[in-house]
Design a protein around this ligand. Structure first.
Ligand SMILES: Nc1nc2c(c(=O)[nH]1)N[C@@H](CN(C=O)c1ccc(C(=O)N[C@@H](CCC(=O)O)C(=O)O)cc1)CN2
Ligand SMILES: [Mg+2]
Length: 292
């Protein structure tokens, strides 16, 4: 079997178009959805992601602003910047680009963002809401993966889903989202003993570890849907995921490429969450997540 390659770029554009309609409806009523992005230091990859986020907002007609802060900024000054944005009525969504420098506590920063403006969905309250099944803002990357699965008409209910990776921003929320959709979910890590035993059970395999080539064809069930969240740069400067794409595509039913798979969806889901935040804060529009 040769897998259907899931075109994340095309689906991301389609999703963006759907959210543009909701943004346009808000604008017609005098509300311009606004996103503030804070970036600390000059991590080159973070700069690319932030630029892509600003471009996506621009494409959909949202306001966006970037606050570039020096790598040696104090934690107190960063928290003050967030508090100012919390109080700014023109800003509906706030995100702090990760990773942050070591001297700054990620936890303190994420807990300072107003939960109603937390478009990354990383605040403990929002992670808790997700656990309880009352999602406020779904974290963008796993929500993007869910959206890719649903747009491709891959069934979730009753399926075996295996998530490799346990981060708060991808692995854990991904597992919960699949669980809420009725999958039987296993969470593995790169340290799982006999990882292949689990991955071979997966009808849906999501991999988010950050280790190139971790998943090889022998670890994948024939016809499985394989969603690769890994973004790794090789010594030759090539971007690759955690899945050995060339071999696995001969066995899987569906597979996402890197680049052009999950990455572009992350950005579209951020647009979605920003429009949602603006609907809720203005009291206009449904303020509801749409079925993806
Ligand atoms: N505050 C946040 N920080 C980080 C998040 C996040 O969701 N919120 N996720 C990642 C980085 N990230 C978004 O911020 C992100 C990573 C990759 C892509 C993407 O589109 N990738 C492209 C390739 C781009 C390239 O050439 O490097 C692809 O896969 O096609 C988008 C967003 C960590 N930090
Ligand atoms: Mg830190």
């Amino acid at each position: 079997m040769t897998a259907q390659i899931i075109d994340g770029k095309a689906i991301a554009e389609q999703v963006r178009g759907e959210w543009k309609k909701r943004a346009d409806a808000l604008k017609a009523q005098g509300v311009l959805p606004g996103l503030a992005v804070i970036i600390v230091g000059d991590n080159p990859a973070s700069k690319v992601y932030v630029r892509n986020k600003v471009r996506a907002c621009h494409d959909v007609g949202l306001h966006s602003e970037v606050h570039e802060l020096p790598a040696d900024i104090t934690e107190a000054m960063l928290l003050k910047q967030i508090q100012d944005l919390n109080a700014n009525p023109d800003i509906h969504g706030i995100l702090v680009q990760l990773p942050l420098p070591d001297h700054i506590s990620d936890d303190k920063v994420l807990e300072t963002i107003d939960v109603e403006k937390d478009v990354d969905g990383f605040h403990l309250y929002n992670l808790g809401a997700l656990v309880a099944g009352n999602t406020v803002f779904p974290p963008c990357t796993p929500y993007g993966v869910q959206c890719l699965i649903e747009h491709t008409n891959i069934p979730i209910e009753g399926q075996n889903a295996v998530v490799v990776g346990r981060s708060n921003i991808v692995g854990k929320p991904m597992a919960l989202m699949l669980l809420h959709k009725g999958a039987t979910v296993s969470i593995c890590t790169s340290k799982t003993r006999d990882l292949a035993f689990y991955t071979r059970l997966a009808d849906i395999l999501v991999v988010a570890v950050g280790r190139p080539g971790l998943i090889t064809a022998d670890m994948v069930k024939e016809g499985a849907a394989v969603l690769d969240v890994g973004i790794n740069r090789t010594d030759e400067g090539k971007l690759v995921g955690d899945v050995d794409f060339e071999s696995v595509k001969e066995k899987a039913g569906h597979i996402t490429p890197v680049p052009g798979g999950v990455g572009p969806m992350t950005i579209s889901m951020l647009v979605a969450n920003t429009v949602l935040a603006a609907e809720r804060l203005s009291g206009l529009g449904s303020g509801k997540l749409q079925d993806t």
